[in-house]
Ligand binder design. Structure first.
Ligand code: NI
Length: 177
């Protein structure tokens, strides 16, 4: 397993629409090592989600894993490691709520983004089977943030109130509730 380099804002790969991951590659050794590397890279970074374009792989894949459930967002439910292949989001309730988001590709800053808080995610799982799950609240935000990467979007694009974009230190000093 290898910790891959996470590319940062300004790298044009982050602005591309990623290609669907070819179904015939699921289960291949190339696929399995990519999944392992994404997990390793996620752990090494201390993040909770990573999309393949962030490691210069312009395919529609993202991993999410939440082990440490005490976060700045309060206590949240643990989410076991999973890879989401070619995911699609359906908004179940458009009622939105905001969280201060950060991104491994935009280090050192954080910004307040409002997103729908009840969604369904349809995706292909690691075995190549169709799968589906719902997500609420903070987890709904996590999915939307990660899958935005597959469409070349960063959370900063979603910030409507630019006064709530801050360096991490200033966030802690002036904005943390
Ligand atoms: Ni991100």
């Amino acid at each position: 397993m290898t910790v891959r380099t996470i590319i940062r804002m300004g790298n044009p790969i982050l602005r591309q629409t990623a290609d669907p991951y070819p179904k015939e590659l699921i289960g291949s050794s190339e696929f399995e090592s990519l999944v392992d590397d994404m997990r390793e890279t996620l752990h090494a970074s201390g993040g909770i989600g990573l999309a393949a374009p962030q490691i210069s792989i312009s395919y529609r894949l993202a991993v999410i894993e939440i082990e440490n459930t005490m976060t700045r967002y309060g206590e949240i439910e643990p989410v076991p490691f999973e890879i989401y292949i070619n995911p699609r989001i359906t908004v179940i309730s458009p009622e939105a709520a905001g969280y201060w988001e950060g991104c491994l590709s935009v280090p050192g800053i954080t910004g307040y983004v409002e997103r729908p808080q009840h969604i369904r995610v349809d995706y292909t799982d690691r075995k190549g089977e169709p799968a589906s799950r719902e997500a609420h609240d903070f987890l709904a935000t996590v999915f939307q943030h990660e899958f935005d990467h597959l469409d070349g979007l960063l959370y900063i694009d979603r910030i409507t109130d630019k006064s709530r974009l801050a360096f991490d230190d200033e966030y802690l000093k002036f904005h943390e509730s």
